[in-house]
Design a protein. Structure first.
Length: 178
């Protein structure tokens, strides 16, 4: 009987160790600090050094004219799914915005959507990774660049302003902050 109980206790300990003893906290993959590796094709778009004079998303949205060369800093997010499927495009939000996981007691499962942020539309923009001919890269940005939600990125590229005032950045280089 004692040997049987020991076996069950040992089995329970092994299960807890293998499962990682999940404490049930409110972390997400984006919170974990683990970053992916860029694909072989994506590495050429990543900048080892951060470009100087980066402006916040809200500032670039206010001041950039169509065709302006810009450097913008933002956090990947701004909606529940910031990735554009089938192409290297994603949304970034102004770094002044507080993600839901940074708000005490908030249990949001997608903190990168910044759902509690005021005037969210004024503080997000689309980034499209483009090749040397200004064609958007057809691989998904997440796998291409090895990035994830809530990472801070500095984008070097060209502003593209539409008739409604939306600004998209045609990215030629991306620096991912550690």
């Amino acid at each position: 009987m004692f040997a049987c109980r020991c076996t069950w206790v040992l089995l329970a300990v092994v299960v807890m160790v293998v499962s990682g003893c999940n404490s049930g906290d409110n972390t997400t993959d984006a919170d974990s600090g683990d970053t992916g590796k860029p694909s072989a094709d994506g590495a050429k778009y990543l900048l080892a050094e951060e470009p100087a004079d980066a402006q916040e998303v809200c500032e670039v949205r206010k001041t950039a004219a169509d065709g302006d060369e810009v450097v913008v800093v933002g956090r990947i997010g701004g909606e529940k799914d910031p990735w554009v499927e089938g192409m290297a495009a994603f949304r970034i939000a102004d770094t002044s915005l507080k993600a839901c996981n940074e708000r005490e007691g908030d249990m949001c499962t997608e903190p990168w959507d910044f759902c509690c942020a005021p005037k969210l539309a004024d503080n997000i923009m689309l980034v499209k990774v483009v090749d040397a001919t200004n064609k958007i890269v057809s691989s998904g940005a997440k796998d291409l660049l090895g990035v994830k939600e809530l990472q801070t990125v500095v984008i070097q590229g060209t502003a593209e302003r539409d008739d409604v005032g939306n600004v998209t950045i045609l990215a030629k280089g991306i620096h991912v902050r550690p």
